[in-house]
Design a binder for this molecule. Structure first.
Ligand code: B3K
Ligand code: ZN
Length: 861
């Protein structure tokens, strides 16, 4: 027996330009698993074929495997195993290669490959986990037909699932049983999956447009079964929606989803067998907030949509990741918009983009949507690849319109079905199918950085106005100089006096500067720009507070209306921070109008009356001052709370008597209720804590209970301790709800958050091994700008300690905690030095994973 050797000491970068087709193809693979938690044996039979004219050996990726035997055409093979590669000498053009290896699922804390979660054996292969199960060319452009046989003790693992269709099953004697699954669709190994466990299913059926019946199953532990109905409804809605909107039918006779408690990210789209982080499946009114319900529907849809955008057409190499992720995020965003309030969905998506992607694009880890190089591909499942990638698809949709966009996707699906494709293939299908030239548009894939657009509207008189546009794409690591981007801007002009819409158009701004002329204007116009957030850019305009207040009340584009209010608040806060006497008047006027407009959806109003986040305000400062941001934002909240105390009371009362109902209207009422409660607390209303406590006690749903808890936890009210204790006692056995108990304390606005977080890290329910719990405490804390950036630097040391501790168990989860420290250039020299010192401490630690090494070393560069 040979053992795997350690990975090389200095990680090397993989470059997109070095792509070469695979030396060997593997059209067929047969896998035979003898499953056990301590030890599993994996026999793999590969039919391999030489690809092209060469004499190179067969090189298989193989990580942390104990190799037991290797044969070629039934005879012992000439092979070596070193540096995570199994090299096999082959003379013929085709051969049958068999490997037998052992792996240890229970010892697998990385949660990549085959691992154990709550007694369930499950897999995660994307991006490079399959090599931790069996030797294989672990790259997405090697597509194979899979046959899988699993044998396992029946008592512990009564359910055995894999990709495709179940073919046969039987008893193995000695308390074990077996099952065989066959997936007729060739797929890359990152889409392989198996699950063995004591599971029960919520079963349902979907009949496709062409009349084929599909058996659906959502598999969970027995006590969770009652929490799967929402996910099932979302799955069926997604299947129907993809037929209606994209003409895509499901293609197998079964579709299974399994929920597990320990999972590195949200979910995984394995062919016919999606595996989910349980937080994106399990929901009922008692334990899940409306945001949880929404996220579940969105992620279920996302993974389902991957069946076409990702599985039937996959990626040629990992640099093309946004081909499947950007497109699929766009598809799930469209789906959620169609299922609820499109305006609120767009607001949420843009808020997410600005919270995660804009800072990434402006920092040391900035990279293009199609990256040029990586050390560890797991670090590139980023907001840029996902969310900015989705914005690129959305811009093409805007440029083409729905019908021509659909013609483009039809061509893409038809032309590349069964292939491993590139982003370029997608753009070309859009050009040919949609009839458009996307020549310069390709820069959106290759240039990193968020374009800044300066917009000045000049009113020339005689019915004419000229919009002067200028753009700049800031330098990013490795890209000092940029070409101008083609930027689709939805514009409108409103008459300042009449409020009427004078003009509306889509302009593609594709040079460094451009003028747009508007004629025939009967009155002085006010500019509405980047409506619907038609391009992922920062707009800097010279609009006055009065003009923003006007748009906030009058714009007929709900996103633009929200945006005007946000900009108004942002400008007000920034000038207060800069030392001006805060003038809250225009903001209060805008909010007064919004609250008085009965035509507005309460869900929209609830979003529109909230000030931008502390982080977002900080992003607009040359050097972030966390205390000043907190102070100015709180002062504004107090002013809004006091000014409209009566209205908050009315809104609170109007929305409080409702029984739980998961509907857009029900969600809107609950959202408004908690926003109103927050403002009553901010106003210092003496009865507000009691109202919050009553809401906490009487709630028939988690949204209300959690909303009340969050309001109390940030306050000094006597009720806060009781609420926290009651919440803990009620939900201590429900891991997903307990995560909320950790997060709500880490996100508090109180001064003692750092102490609380350090104490919580020592709490018996805190664990480094569960990614959800880690993120609930440590991820939330790092997102609490004021607390994390405590001037003492203790927050930085705490995060660095956590990164180092988690890295030993789970490098992917550890690496995802690095970016908050990497933002040191945005802070004053004292904080920056302290942040840097922690990064230096991390990078100097022995045995660092490639994952953390890449993020930290790039953050210091
Ligand atoms: N494709 C997976 C993400 C895999 C992440 C690997 N580090 C889920 C998704 O995007 O749908
Ligand atoms: Zn995805």
């Amino acid at each position: 027996m040979l053992d795997a050797q350690n990975a090389p000491a200095v990680p090397t970068a993989i470059r997109r330009e070095d792509y070469r087709p695979p030396d060997w193809l593997v059209p067929e693979i047969v896998l035979d698993f003898d499953l056990g938690a301590e030890r599993s044996r994996v026999r793999s039979t590969l039919r391999v074929e030489r690809n092209g004219d060469h004499d190179r050996p067969l090189v298989l990726d193989a990580e942390a495997l104990t190799i037991v035997a290797v044969t070629v055409d039934g005879s012992p093979a000439d092979y070596s195993y070193a540096g995570d590669l199994l090299t096999i000498q082959l003379s013929a053009a085709a051969a049958t290669v068999e490997t037998l290896v052992e792996i240890a699922p229970r010892a697998n804390t990385q949660l990549m490959g085959l691992y154990e979660s709550g007694g369930i054996l499950c897999t995660q292969c994307e991006a490079q986990g399959f090599r931790r199960i069996t030797p294989f060319p672990d790259r997405p452009d090697v597509l194979s037909r899979y046959r899988v046989r699993m044998t396992a003790p029946k008592a512990d693992y009564p359910i055995l699932l894999s990709n495709g269709d179940p073919i046969d099953a039987g008893d193995a004697g000695d308390g074990r049983h077996w099952a065989e699954w066959h997936d007729p669709f060739p797929k890359p190994c990152y889409l392989f999956a198996l699950v063995a466990g004591d599971l029960v299913a919520n079963r349902d059926r979907f009949v496709t447009a062409s009349g084929r019946a599909v058996d659906l199953g959502i598999w969970v532990r027995e006590p969770d079964l009652a929490k799967t109905d929402h996910a099932m409804a979302a799955l069926k809605a997604s299947m129907k929606w993809d037929e209606d909107v994209y003409g895509r039918e499901y293609d197998l006779a079964v579709f299974n989803i399994v929920a597990v408690a320990d999972f590195n990210f949200g979910a995984m789209e394995n062919k016919g067998l999606n595996i989910f982080n349980s937080r994106y499946i399990l929901a009922d009114a008692e334990t899940a907030t409306d945001a949880d319900f929404d996220a579940i529907a969105g992620v279920v849809a996302h993974e389902y949509f991957h069946n076409w955008s990702g599985n039937r057409i996959t990626c040629r190499d990992w640099f093309q990741l946004s081909l499947k992720e950007g497109f699929t995020v766009f598809r799930d965003q469209q789906f959620s918009a169609d299922m609820g309030s499109a305006a609120v969905k767009r607001i949420e998506d843009v808020r997410m983009l600005r919270a995660a992607q804009f800072p990434e694009d402006a920092g040391p880890l900035a990279h293009p949507v199609r990256p040029e190089s990586y050390i560890e591909i797991s670090n590139f499942y980023t907001a840029t690849v996902y969310s900015k990638g989705a914005e690129l698809i959305r811009m093409m949709h805007t440029l083409l319109g729905p019908e021509r966009f659909r013609a483009g996707t039809d061509l893409y699906f038809e032309r590349h079905d069964g292939e491993a494709a590139t982003c370029e293939d997608f753009v070309r299908a859009m050009e040919e199918g949609g009839g458009i030239d996307l020549g310069d548009f390709r820069r959106w894939y290759s240039q990193a950085g968020t374009p800044r657009v300066r917009a000045q509207l000049g009113h020339a008189g005689e019915g004419r106005a000229v919009l002067h546009l200028a753009q700049e794409v800031p330098p990013t690591p490795g890209q000092p100089a940029k070409q101008p981007m083609p930027i689709p801007l939805k514009l409108a002009l409103f008459g300042e006096t009449s409020g009427a819409k004078l003009d509306e158009r889509l302009v593609v701004f594709d040079g460094e500067a451009q003028e747009v002329v508007f004629d025939g204007l009967a009155e002085r116009p006010v500019l509405s720009i980047n409506r619907d957030f038609s391009a992922p850019v920062v707009v800097e305009s010279d609009r006055t507070l009065a003009e923003l207040a006007f748009l906030s009340a009058r714009d007929d584009n709900p996103f633009a209306r929200y945006e005007a209010t946000q900009q108004l608040m942002l400008d007000t806060l920034l000038s207060a921070i800069a030392g001006g006497q805060p003038d809250h008047g225009p903001v209060l006027d805008a909010i007064r109008e919004t609250l008085a407009d009965t035509s507005l959806d309460p869900a929209f109003v609830a979003e529109a009356v909230l000030p931008p986040s502390e982080a977002f305000i900080g992003d607009h400062m040359a050097i972030v001052d966390p205390e000043a941001v907190r102070g100015a934002r709180e002062a504004l909240r107090v002013a809004i709370g006091r000014e409209f105390e009566g209205q908050w009371r009315d809104a609170y009362a109007a929305s409080s008597a409702n029984r739980f109902e998961y509907s857009p209207a029900g969600k809107g009422r609950r959202r408004m209720r908690t926003v109103a409660l927050g403002y009553l607390m901010a106003a210092g209303a003496s009865d507000a804590p009691a109202l919050a406590m009553r809401q906490f006690d009487d709630a028939d749903n988690m949204t209300d209970r959690h909303g009340a808890l969050a309001a109390l936890v940030s306050s000094d009210a006597a009720e806060r301790h009781g609420a926290l204790a009651a919440f803990y006692d009620r939900y201590r056995d429900d891991a997903l709800v307990l995560d909320k108990w950790f997060s709500v304390q880490a996100l508090s606005t109180r001064d003692d958050v750092l102490d609380a977080v350090e104490a919580l890290a020592a709490h018996p329910d805190f664990t480094l091994s569960n990614p959800n719990r880690m993120r609930a405490l440590v991820g939330a804390f790092a997102a609490n700008q004021r607390a994390f950036h405590d001037p003492s630097g203790r927050g930085y040391a705490f995060l660095a300690d956590m990164i180092l501790a988690v890295d030993r168990l789970n490098p992917q989860t550890a690496a995802r905690l690095v970016p908050p420290l990497g933002r040191w250039r945005r802070f004053d020299p004292v904080r920056a030095d302290r942040m840097k010192a922690q990064l230096e401490r991390i990078v100097a630690s022995p045995q660092l994973s490639k994952d953390v090494f890449e993020q930290v070393s790039k953050s210091l560069a």
